[in-house]
Design a protein around this ligand. Structure first.
Ligand SMILES: [Zn+2]
Length: 202
């Protein structure tokens, strides 16, 4: 099971849907675990005089007859905040103070399909005693040097920085595991060094 799935399952198991709704100001009793009818603001002009929605705490979801949609806690947050799946997970975990879900062995293989082939390509560049942060510093130092010394054409340098920033961003947002982030950073280091060699030959 993927880490994202485990995070979603934990939210469904630990955060009552009626609590999520009442925290958004919906007229439901957040502490009551029976079904309740309430007004939904997610359809039409947001006014729902004859309450169209009903919460089903047993299934951790609610259904709105006017939206014709079933929503769990995550979908509710996505629709209320206009955000994607991962930011919604993060928001709920912060709001209800769920501790960071640890990574498991299998997560590294499944988060990004290409990672396995790529890891062979850069195997020699990955030091198992180092962390993602170490590799981040290392790649940053390398790119800094390239930029200062003008080893490469500016456009190539900028592309490498852009790739570096993107990896740091997705790892920070947890859409990429640190292990796969390390592989991606190692590829950038490899590409940078290859490009320096190429341009030195020219
Ligand atoms: Zn609705």
């Amino acid at each position: 099971m993927s880490r994202a799935r485990r995070r979603a399952d934990r939210i469904r198991a630990e955060i009552p849907i009626q609590r999520v709704l009442s925290d958004y100001g919906y007229e439901v009793d957040g502490g009551y675990d029976g079904e309740q009818q309430f007004s939904c603001d997610l359809h039409g002009d947001g006014v729902d005089i004859k309450p169209s929605a009903r919460v089903y705490p047993d299934s951790g979801s609610w259904y709105c007859f006017s939206c014709d949609a079933t929503r769990d806690a995550i979908q509710t947050v996505r629709d209320k905040e206009g955000i994607e799946f991962f930011p919604a997970l993060r928001k709920i975990e912060e709001r209800y103070r769920l501790p960071t879900m640890p990574f498991e062995e299998g997560d590294y293989d499944t988060t990004k399909g290409a990672a396995h082939g790529a890891s062979k390509e850069v195997a020699g560049l990955l030091d198992p005693s180092k962390t993602f942060e170490d590799d981040q510093k290392r790649a940053h130092t390398l790119l800094d040097g390239v930029t200062v010394d003008k080893d490469l054409p500016m456009l190539d340098t900028l592309k490498l920085w852009e790739a570096f920033d993107k990896i740091c961003f997705v790892v920070r947002k947890e859409t990429l595991s640190e292990a796969n982030g390390r592989i991606a950073l190692a590829k950038i280091r490899k590409r940078t060094i290859e490009k320096i060699k190429e341009s030195a030959r020219e």
